[in-house]
Design a protein around this ligand. Structure first.
Ligand SMILES: Cc1ncc(C[n+]2csc(CCOP(=O)(O)OP(=O)(O)O)c2C)c(N)n1
Length: 344
């Protein structure tokens, strides 16, 4: 653990925020959402190893409190946009495991008809605007959506997820400058998992508390613990309220950690981090933190947990079977869905 992260960890004890006002039904939903993402991605790794999934594939394991905490607060008419590490967010937004798995398998029942694959989860009905592969490329799109919301007089918000490496791209600077200048209803969430592929934040950024970059854009900024789903909900909730009521953006740095490699092509710990560091962070598994808290509160019995896990595993197996049975698109379909028909 780096000195700065140690300091952050010390400041933030493992007692989740909001413990006094616990809502057992909500907690059950949050746990279900996070566990679904975890079990889904464990099977994704297996499917990848079996050659059922091709191309790039980035797992989200370890970061589930960020997707669940944030997206549990959105309305259906709000918008979400994200990077290539998008399976967890797609599920947390309500995309079915079938649609996500079939997309991963490159089949026609996938959310993008199998043409996008792992990095391009997309669902217009859920206002889930992808799944983007170019680091930082989606941030201007988020600003554009924010502008469109404001221009049309709506009160929706857009949540834009990104990794911490994005803050060093030009697109980030241009988009946040506009969002700050024009007061757009955007919640920019940096999922700071400490590494951009194998490069530690401290080796790539002049500022280590990267939420401070919001100062350059005259934007509200904050930082929170990304392993504690309640801390995420509290921080994102404030940002959403500001965006919805005052149409003002926030830059939120959420400190999290990925438990797996950058993608399926590198080893879990790699040479850029030590096994000891990985083990240290894994002590703060977001699912274990929530589960333990619920068990201590008497909100979750061992039987309930086992049943939830069993049901989720069955749902993921169903998604696998569905994806496996779904056909591939014919080659001619490659030429479809390239341009939008603006006359309909
Ligand atoms: C413009 C651009 N440059 C480089 C890459 C290759 N690349 C893919 S992921 C990645 C690291 C991004 O790290 P971060 O933003 O911290 O997100 P994380 O992968 O940790 O979620 C890089 C450099 C890319 N996809 N796009």
């Amino acid at each position: 653990m780096s000195p700065s992260t140690m300091a952050a960890a010390k400041k933030k004890p493992d007692t989740p925020k909001g413990a006094a006002k616990s809502d057992p039904a909500l907690n059950m939903e949050l746990l279900h959402s996070m566990l679904l993402q975890r079990r889904f991605e464990e099977r994704t790794a297996e499917a990848y190893a079996l050659g059922k999934i091709g191309g790039f594939c980035h797992l989200y394991i370890g970061q589930e409190a960020v997707s669940t905490g944030s997206l549990s607060l959105l309305r259906p008419d709000d918008y979400v946009i994200t990077t290539y590490r998008d399976h967890g967010q797609a599920l947390a937004r309500g995309m079915t495991p079938r649609a996500v798995m079939a997309e991963l398998f490159g089949r026609q029942d996938g959310c993008s008809k199998g043409k996008g694959g792992s990095m391009h989860m997309f669902d217009r009905n859920l206002n889930f605007l992808g799944g983007h592969g170019i680091v930082g490329g989606h941030v201007p799109v988020a600003a554009g959506v924010g502008f469109a919301i404001k221009y049309r007089g709506g009160d929706q918000v857009i949540i834009c997820f990104m990794g911490e490496s994005v803050v060093n791209t030009g697109a980030f600077h241009e988009a946040l400058n506009m969002a700050g200048l024009w007061k757009l209803p955007c919640v920019f969430i940096i999922e700071n998992n400490r590494y951009g592929m194998g490069t530690a934040l401290e080796r790539a950024s002049a500022i280590h508390d990267i939420y401070e970059r919001g100062a350059a854009y005259n934007m509200r900024r904050a930082q929170c613990d990304g392993q504690d789903v309640f801390a995420v909900r509290e921080a994102v909730g404030e940002a959403i309220e500001l965006a919805r009521k005052e149409q003002a953006p926030t830059l939120l740095e959420v400190r999290t950690y990925r438990f797996m490699g950058h993608s399926m092509s590198d080893a879990v710990s790699g040479t850029y981090r030590t096994k000891a560091e990985l083990e240290e962070y894994m002590k703060r598994d977001p699912i274990v933190l929530l589960r333990t808290r619920m068990q201590e509160n008497g909100e979750l019995t061992d039987e309930q947990l086992a049943k939830m896990d069993e049901d989720i595993k069955a749902q993921v197996q169903d998604a696998w079977d569905f994806a496996d049975a779904s056909p591939e698109l014919p080659a001619e379909a490659l030429y479809e869905d390239v341009y939008a028909d603006t006359h309909t």
